[in-house]
Design a binder for this molecule. Structure first.
Ligand code: GLC
Length: 602
């Protein structure tokens, strides 16, 4: 064991020993007392450091963590250690935490990541279905188990905090983040979001450190007006609602998350009635902290304060005074040293009262104490095997099964496992990256074998009898003789994240339609499986299909789809979004404009 690892091991042994001595579930009063003791000793620089979050890729030097008492690091999408494998993630966490602990008061770092459908940045982690599929299960107990399993994998790499669950209730499907919402119905989101918070925060490491959840994006992220967003589309646009409408429609899901003891809330990029959420005191303080009684801390989104009208210094003053407690500076745009300098200036000139700074820092320190970070921040590698474990993959496979929504079945399902031959076709049939979607290994996801998992084709091969002839044909063109009469065709969307998925049309790809037509023209019956982050325009084509199911973005356990195709399990998935004839009409389409209503599934 080299010196570095020996030191880490000794540090962990020491922290375990201290922990055994001092491990107590501190009461809120004890925590308040400890927080007050620390904050009374803190300099302005140290308070500013605690309010600063940097993406680890953009650290100038690791010693900045201790020099500036940096409060938090994150790994944004794709922000990996040099080698993307669990041990390297754990080593990276322990390295940064060990350096941070050298700061004058020994205040630990809190490290955040988007573990939004599993520990999805980490190669080999279990990738669960994206939220739109989990909404179709409408199974809160399952979502609790998924979130708990995710946190176990997050904690195994040392990381403290997941920027999840997303509590969007998306209405306009042209929004690239539709799939991050459980449902367009805020009531479904309320129910499943609370289960997710409880699942994420139910996990404690062997050294007593808990995982922190984050309700996002506060508020109205999925309810913006088309055309008001980035590039004249949807994302980060303007949400137009009266105060009463906002409180009645969008607040209950956040109230439920707060009642489930969510420790952090992330501010949203969008505007509410023309005011950026990141700069709205009415939203972040009056409604969230006072009216809803939220006692955790508010994190900004990635460079979210930069989008407030005005220069960077005024952005800082406006957002902190509005109620942002920690700023995800990131360091990719504005340098974090510039942020800290301007924040300090703003405090010293009285533009931001010290009482606001102390409130923010107390909130941050309270969360760090409550989650065991002061007791035992460093983590041993004894839990790494849980990452991508069979147990977790089984939970994911169950979630895939329960997320499949059968929308048409002209007698094709269940398919016999003794079938003599079956064609498996389409761009998505053997494409793990496509079935995982965005936020997987990299920010925008990727194509093909991006991680460990089973494709739809793998699942079919593993389900049929040894005598079955499974023929894979990506575009259906290379099928000489007609063998058998059934083709399963997997079509859909390439991976995207955030505004990269904003579109003004939700038509299917021409090449997908061509593949299906090729097979129909050769006399095959086709069962179409759609991989997508939202309802799409299928109305003009579905009459030619002999069967159709929405499988959303199932993640790494694609064999869960076969469990339904071959009838090993009943199909229980039901739409959590209404499906209009013209998908662009979104969730507010009139009933007469619907192809399938919410709750439908065969
Ligand atoms: C992104 C997303 C947010 C995510 C954050 C950190 O821009 O809006 O959902 O948690 O940045 O990656």
């Amino acid at each position: 064991m080299n010196t570095f690892k020996k030191n880490i091991f000794l540090l962990i042994l020491v922290s375990l020993f201290i922990n055994c001595e001092s491990k107590t579930n501190l009461s809120d009063i004890q925590i308040e007392k400890k927080v007050d003791e620390i904050i009374d000793q803190m300099t302005v620089d140290e308070k500013v450091g605690q309010m600063t979050q940097i993406d680890q890729r953009f650290l100038d030097t690791i010693t900045d963590l201790s020099t500036y008492s940096i409060g938090s690091l994150l790994s944004g999408g794709g922000s990996h250690p040099s080698v993307n494998e669990p041990q390297a993630w754990l080593d990276m966490y322990n390295k940064y935490q060990s350096e941070t602990l050298k700061n004058r008061l020994g205040i630990p770092l809190v490290y955040g990541i988007d573990a939004v459908h599993g520990h999805n940045n980490v190669y080999g982690a279990t990738i669960f279905p994206q939220n739109i599929g989990l909404g179709a299960t409408n199974n809160p107990e399952l979502i609790y188990e998924i979130s708990k399993a995710t946190s176990l994998e997050v904690a195994a790499t040392g990381i403290d905090w997941t920027f999840s669950p997303c509590l969007s209730s998306p209405e306009d499907y042209r929004w690239g983040r539709t799939y991050e919402g459980f449902s367009s119905d805020p009531n479904i989101v309320e129910n499943l979001g609370a289960a997710a918070v409880e699942g994420y925060q139910s996990v404690e490491t062997e050294t007593g450190k808990k995982v922190i959840a984050c309700a996002k994006h506060f508020i109205g992220d999925g309810n913006t007006e088309f055309g008001t967003g980035m590039n004249g589309l949807v994302d980060r646009g303007n949400t137009i609602l009266t105060s009463e409408e906002l409180k009645e429609k969008l607040l209950p899901k956040y109230k439920a998350a707060i009642d489930a003891n969510v420790q952090t809330v992330m501010a949203s990029y969008n505007s509410w009635n023309g005011i950026k959420c990141h700069g709205s005191k009415e939203l972040l303080t009056d409604i969230l902290k006072i009216e809803l009684g939220f006692e955790g801390f508010v994190i900004s989104d990635w460079q979210g304060i930069d989008e407030i009208p005005g220069d960077y210094k005024s952005d800082i003053i406006t957002s902190i005074n509005a109620g942002i407690d920690m700023v995800m500076v990131s360091g990719q745009g504005q340098p974090y040293k510039k942020f800290m300098k301007l924040l300090k200036e703003s405090i010293q000139e009285g533009s931001i009262p010290m009482s606001r700074i102390d409130d923010a820092v107390k909130r941050i320190l309270k969360v760090k104490f409550s989650n065991g970070l002061f007791d035992s921040p460093l983590v041993t590698n004894e839990s790494l095997d849980i990452i991508g474990s069979e147990k977790h993959r089984d939970i994911a496979r169950q979630a895939v099964r329960e997320s499949v929504v059968i929308l048409k079945n002209d007698g094709l399902l269940p398919i016999s496992k003794e079938i003599s031959s079956i064609i498996v076709a389409g761009r998505g049939a053997d494409n793990l990256g496509m079935q995982c979607g965005g936020w997987t290994i990299n920010w925008q996801g990727g194509q093909g074998d991006i991680t460990v998992g089973k494709t739809i084709l793998d699942g079919i091969n593993n389900s049929v009898s040894v005598d079955t002839n499974v023929i894979y044909s990506k575009d259906g063109s290379d099928l000489s003789s007609v063998s058998g009469d059934l083709a399963v065709v997997v079509i859909g969307e390439d991976p995207y994240t955030e505004f990269f998925g904003d579109k003004d049309s939700l038509d299917l790809l021409k090449e997908d339609i061509d593949t299906i037509n090729q097979l129909k023209n050769k006399g095959y019956k086709v069962f179409v499986l759609l991989i997508s982050g939202r309802p799409m325009n299928v109305a003009d084509h579905i009459d030619e299909w002999d069967g159709f199911a929405a499988i959303w973005l199932p993640g790494s356990e694609g064999d869960g789809v076969s469990d339904i195709l071959f009838g090993d399990y009943p199909s229980t998935g039901r739409l959590s979004y209404p499906w209009p004839i013209q998908a662009e009409k979104g969730a507010n389409a009139k009933t007469s404009d619907l192809l399938f209503d919410v709750g439908f599934g065969l």
